[in-house]
Ligand binder design. Structure first.
Ligand code: 13P
Ligand code: SF4
Length: 325
């Protein structure tokens, strides 16, 4: 989704969430970042888990992993700054080998991406010869390079259904694999070690606890949650699919079973809804701050580059995802 807010509109969105001195400081940095963007012909992609100052203040496009990776193939800019985690910037770099792709903090990782290596995938392929490997986009370029096709939480089921095989290896998110297994007759072989440190914290008891307090509660979960959590929810989908579902719903009380900034960002879009105040934070996403973004553009740091031989193989797996979905 394209974003083009005036500074006054940004102020309205962030003022209910920050202290007055923080709002002033944020607006100064946003102005500085906006003028650097213009001067250096930069496009900024912002994931749905960015804090509201980053999300509303400096993004040109906002969205989930699928939307932003598609957008990365369309932008006309000298520099792409990815406000998200490292695997997302890496995906943008793989799709744009001739552009400078920056991330404001190289340590913005992901527990799923860290759970598996290229060597692990080679071992699994030896164990299951001939079985296609589908990888969730939350993995390193090295892992993508070993796989047949990528997917995101928005299109995982479609990719599994469209891949011409009745058995599929699915890496690295074990809960996403289990959630898809419930929706397909195909046999999915999961990687047991991959879990999101944010979504694995939710339990179905948490949901029951809030349902008792708000009988008309709308519960929306991300598919990185365990199956007992998604079963206890009313809808499960990618971060952008979650937002779309809320747009269509008339329910007032909403529990978002996902990362904290999602609800903060949606609160200003839906002032009449009551987002229940509970969530878990992704420490990786929270490493991206306005100050670091300003420095990233000022010093053109930190560039995310993938060795060409790995990038070429990883690109095939990502492009196959676009074909199959
Ligand atoms: P989405 O693709 O749904 O935005 O998810 C990315 C992610 O990292 C969720 O934890
Ligand atoms: Fe990775 Fe979970 Fe953070 Fe998403 S929320 S980036 S899956 S650790």
């Amino acid at each position: 989704m394209k974003l083009n807010l005036t500074l006054e509109e940004v102020k309205q969105k962030i003022s209910p969430l920050l202290m007055p001195n923080e709002v002033e400081e944020a607006l100064e940095l946003i102005q500085e970042i906006r003028s650097l963007k213009k001067k250096k012909n930069v496009v900024v992609l912002g994931h749905n888990y960015m804090t509201p100052d980053v999300y509303y203040g400096v993004s040109d496009f906002i969205g989930d992993s699928l939307g932003l990776s598609k957008k990365a193939t369309e932008v006309d800019a000298d520099i792409i700054l990815f406000n998200g985690v490292h695997f997302m910037a890496e995906t943008a770099s793989i799709l744009n080998p001739d552009k400078k792709v920056l991330i404001a903090d190289l340590n913005a990782g992901c527990s799923l991406a860290e759970s598996i290596t290229g060597e692990d995938v080679r071992e699994i392929k030896k164990q299951y010869p001939g079985i296609p490997v589908v990888t969730y986009i939350n993995c390193t370029a090295e892992v993508k390079a070993e796989t047949d096709v990528c997917c995101t939480s928005a299109n995982a089921l479609k990719i599994i259904q469209n891949i011409p095989s009745e058995t599929v290896i699915f890496l690295p998110d074990v809960y996403l694999a289990k959630n898809i297994q419930k929706q397909t007759k195909k046999k999915i072989i999961p990687w047991e070690k991959g879990k999101c440190i944010v979504h694995e914290q939710y339990t179905s008891e948490d949901i029951m606890y809030y349902r008792k307090q708000f009988p008309d509660l709308l519960v929306i979960a991300h598919p990185e949650c365990n199956t007992d959590v998604t079963e206890a929810s009313d809808f499960t989908g990618s971060t952008s699919q979650m937002a779309d579902f809320i747009r269509k719903s008339t329910k007032k009380n909403v529990l978002l079973v996902t990362e904290c900034s999602m609800a903060d960002n949606l609160r200003s879009e839906f002032p009449d809804k009551n987002f229940i105040g509970t969530c878990h934070t992704c420490p990786h996403m929270k490493k991206i701050t306005l100050r670091k973004i300003r420095d990233a553009l000022l010093y053109e740091q930190y560039e995310v580059k993938v060795p060409p031989e790995i990038a070429e193989k990883a690109r095939k797996a990502i492009l196959r995802m676009f074909e199959l979905s």
